[in-house]
Write a protein that binds this ligand. Sequence first.
Ligand SMILES: *[C@@H]1O[C@H](CO)[C@@H](O)[C@H](O)[C@H]1NC(C)=O
Ligand SMILES: *[C@@H]1O[C@H](CO)[C@@H](O)[C@H](O)[C@H]1NC(C)=O
Ligand SMILES: *[C@@H]1O[C@H](CO)[C@@H](O)[C@H](O)[C@H]1NC(C)=O
Length: 641
Amino acid sequence: MASYVWWRLIVVIIASVLIQKRPVFSEPQTNLLGKGCSQYNATNLPDFFRRLNASFVDLRNQLSNQDKRFATTQQAVYAMVECRKYMSRADCVTCYDAAVSLIRTCAGANGARVTYDGCFLRYESNNFYQDTTLPGNAEICGNRTSSQPNALSPVAIQLLNDLSIATPRISGFFAATKREASGVTVYGIAQCAETITESGCQDCLTVAYKNIEGCLPKYAEGRAVDAACFMRFSDRSFFADNMKTDITPFLGGGGSSNKKKTAIIGAVVGGVGLLLIVLAMLLWYRLSRKPKTAERGNILGATELRGPMSFSFKDLKIATKDFNESNKLGEGGFGDVYKGTLKNGNVIAVKKLAMISSRAKADFETEVRLISNVHHRNLIRLLGCSNKGAELLLVYEYMANGSLERYIYGDKRGMLNWKQRFNIIFGTARGLAYLHEQFHVCIIHRDIKSSNILLDDEFQPKIADFGLVRLLPEDQSHLSTKFAGTLGYTAPEYAIHGHLTEKVDVYSFGVVVLEIISGRRSNDMQVEPVTEYLLEHAWKLHEAGTSVKLVDETLDPNEYSEQEVKKVIEIALMCTQSPANLRPSMSEVVVMLLSDRSTDSRTPSRPTIISMDKSKPIDSSITTGSSASNATNTFSDFTGR
Ligand SMILES: *[C@@H]1O[C@H](CO)[C@@H](O)[C@H](O)[C@H]1NC(C)=O
Ligand SMILES: *[C@@H]1O[C@H](CO)[C@@H](O)[C@H](O)[C@H]1NC(C)=O
Ligand SMILES: *[C@@H]1O[C@H](CO)[C@@H](O)[C@H](O)[C@H]1NC(C)=O
């Protein structure tokens, strides 16, 4: 008898979990948000069209017969469809059909995307299932301006922030919710492709959140679109009330999945026992039936945007007027960089690789392929290379505004306002987080400094020179700091012991942040009355509770809040702590920069200050009072730049 009751209970629970509630809104929501076709045609078009058709048929089957809202398929063409999960089956299929007929206008293109409010469709010749955030991510604001922007904006921001935190933690990566406060109601949703990981979803939504914020406070609605995620808010409801997700259980903690696990275990132990276990089993059942995530992509076949890899030496020679001195943009650790103009008018930057190991020469093509597949809005794109001629040349996108260095303490000093500086700090953090954590190979930059951060037309930062250290001869990859690591930016454990982890970049990032805030060079000694390095100076001010004194005097005090500046300085100090494991990861930095809370309860512990013997010239020695190694180390081969 008792077991019969249990069975009924379980059946009821199963039924309520598996049967989706039907929305009352019936509308396919085919308001077009974006369409893109690859500029390259597929090879063997008849075969391609046959496979593409098969993919479209398969996806439609999954949506209509299996009642799915997310599906992938691969018939030698990779394809993915995603409906917002508040859509009914019929609306989802209608939206999908519209997307298919629109995407067919891309004809023979080997990749394409269509985004509607209600659904998203993408196909590629290559596996793209692990893509998270890609160039082209953007906000799309509605055309209605808000009638009460001051009330709406903070409510919307809180809602979107909550969504970006909760959604990656929710099975199925979708949440719809509303928020009512100060007399306004805001509706919002967030969604990630089910093929990416929790942290991939987090990263994508972090970008989306940053983008969609651009619609506020002016507009009453907005969306953020990206390769693997979507966000939308509006002051009007666009989904049925019964499709709302309760996101509160997914909001706690600082963003680590460990905390989530602890919370789940805690809840199970503390509470409703069996019921939750049944639910957990069901959840597990549904999760385990998720489409098998495809294997990590072959790096040789990345996205449809991949352009020609090989440039002819002759063309590059003409483009740079035979590497004319007047075209020289700078001298980097790896060789000189020249501005060039191709025949088609495109402006590029050409790097002449100065020294390269014989092993690396053999690996050159593989490495270049790897680097050219790094696509992130805060990382310089490598467009291609030339290795047929006398020299090894790398071709990059050209950045009109040059390097950050000019704007901090060079000829453009004082031109950047606080908002621009913050965006540069944030973008740099995002680029590094991608290199360390999201790209399928962890790339440690090893030489983050302000001259390696370039600025585009809109003063968005782009990190240059990543991946190149791998081309250096083995014995030069550390200690010869001329190439890997630059005085004043190098983490002590790397400078002294050659101990390399991604936390080496975190350290250098922290130093760059202090430079951006103070307008001071990290390796300049403050002139009278105190002679000390920037990091030491920042630390002392922080200890005295006067870190705001660090701020560049060219900044208008009305532009920034002391609290925000203090928070950023604190984050920078956390990045420069020793031992290295105290430093946050770059994705944690991204989250901390965005959060309103100051750095939680974590207070930075005093970093190991690398400081130079004040009586000696700059390149003669470097000493450290390291708490990790209690001896004082002296270095003589620091050559600075
Ligand atoms: C693919 O489908 C489209 C539209 O239904 C059709 O026009 C085309 O002929 C098909 N192509 C192949 C190769 O089956
Ligand atoms: C791509 O294929 C379409 C036909 O499917 C054709 O009209 C177009 O010219 C091709 N484009 C290129 C660049 O080859
Ligand atoms: C904006 O307004 C135009 C014309 O009124 C309309 O066609 C379009 O769909 C609107 N766009 C959005 C995103 O609402």
